[in-house]
Ligand binder design. Sequence first.
Ligand code: ZN
Ligand code: FE
Length: 259
Amino acid sequence: MFIVEPIACLRDNYAYWLTCSETGVSALVDPSEADPVLASASAHGRTPSFVLCTHHHLDHVGGIPGIAARFSDIKVIGSSYDKGRIDGQTETVTDGDQFTVGGISVEVMLVPGHTLGAIAFVARAGGKTAVFTGDTMFLAGCGRLFEGTPADMHKSLQRIVALPADTQIYCGHEYTADNLRFAASLEPSNEAITRAIAKTADIRSRGLPTVPHSVTEERAINPFVRVQFAELRHNLALGAEASDVEVLGAAREAKDNFR
Ligand code: ZN
Ligand code: FE
């Protein structure tokens, strides 16, 4: 089995510990900054053997040099596309590559859109699945299209939600409350969104992270996944004839301008 623990970084970023329960071997996902990660390593008695980088943005990899200075044997795994764009990267991986973190099997999924080389890490052990999506998929949202196209993002999100229904999704930022406000503006009659808004407000009022959601939850609330639904299309001034990619593009543009 494995356990996942979020580490709050910067203003609203999450780094994660992914730890094999049997062997104690740990990986750090997206360490934005070194200080909170090193403090958490001391507090939990964890030694990271790997750093897993979803993409090259500094708010996901900025902590690597400080972490590598403290844990010298660490392997820093990032996308082949990001070679030269991640300070401290030691290994490059591409779509379909697999490796193990103790008894956890980890598979690399190329998910372009936010960046061209963006990867998600799919962790499997003891019949459980978790996916670390970086800034490609957020809970109830998706990342901005800095390098990729709506077609890239559509394909990437559909690959993520094709994982088993109970897969736990861990994303790079705590944007859930804002994302749900936008989701509700496109699908005001979607009761799953209404319920998620109440649940999110309760969790955040207690200062807790909203991660993870399951694939089932995201299929019910995420407007960038729900591109085929009529109410959402109607509120983007698109009809049944629009392609799913067009709807995703329109939704992304609307979110970029949503206040
Ligand atoms: Zn990013
Ligand atoms: Fe980010």
